[in-house]
Ligand binder design. Structure first.
Ligand SMILES: Cc1cc2nc3c(=O)[nH]c(=O)nc-3n(C[C@H](O)[C@H](O)[C@H](O)COP(=O)(O)O)c2cc1C
Length: 193
């Protein structure tokens, strides 16, 4: 975020601490199962939070996710956020042909920390993080994913972590520059996941 701020000092940054999100509740689950239900909004549980989180995405030119890997995949907090923003007939439609995303695509920058090595050629663990995130965000229309990682945090000291962070950020430089150009949707490098 500091790099983005330096490139675009006037940018409005909206922070969302997803570690504080509750799990989606039963009325919300029922609504997803029966999206045409006409239950009044007040009785729809997590739908209000879902709407807030979806609007945060819709209002953003760039989405930045910072997350650890937990047990080979996204942590429960990020899963909860996904469960709130992947909503039938709001961000995704279902048909016999599959799912179709309803959100306008925009860059999604993902900074991920892992205790071991889960991504890339030297991976020692199965990667259920990247393919999952790519699939679930793709199903709501977000395909322009850029994942950078700091890995092996369980085995390196603070200076090695700082160097790994610097290295990760440097790979993002072209993406950040393109993202902050006036014509935001043009010339953004192809996703790398
Ligand atoms: C519940 C839990 C599960 C974890 N599972 C994995 C894992 O499957 N693979 C891995 O490489 N690291 C795993 N880790 C380690 C974290 O990914 C690592 O500590 C990471 O650096 C956390 O990010 P942070 O340093 O920003 O807190 C796990 C950590 C926790 C707390």
């Amino acid at each position: 975020m500091a790099r983005l701020r330096a490139l675009e000092p006037g940018a409005a940054i909206v922070w969302r601490d997803i570690s504080a999100l509750p799990m989606p509740d039963a009325p919300y689950a029922a609504l997803l199962a029966h999206p045409d239900d006409v239950t009044p909004p007040a009785a729809r549980g997590s739908i209000t939070l879902s709407e807030t989180l979806i609007r945060e995405i819709e209002d953003a030119d760039i989405l930045v996710l910072g997350t650890p890997v937990h047990n080979f995949t996204v942590p429960a907090a990020l899963k909860s956020w996904l469960d709130h923003v992947v909503r039938v007939n709001r961000t995704v439609t279902l048909s016999a042909q599959g799912k179709k995303g309803l959100l306008t695509d925009r860059p999604v920058l993902v900074g991920v920390a892992a205790g071991g090595v889960i991504l890339g050629e030297d991976a020692q663990q199965p990667d259920f993080f990247t393919p999952y995130l790519k699939a679930v965000l793709g199903c709501i229309g977000l395909h322009n994913l850029h994942v950078v990682s700091v890995q092996g945090t369980a085995f390196c000291d603070a200076s090695a972590k700082a160097a790994a962070m610097e290295n990760a950020l440097s790979t993002l430089s072209p993406v950040l520059s393109a993202c902050t150009e006036a014509e935001l949707s043009h010339d953004i490098p192809a996703p790398h996941v």
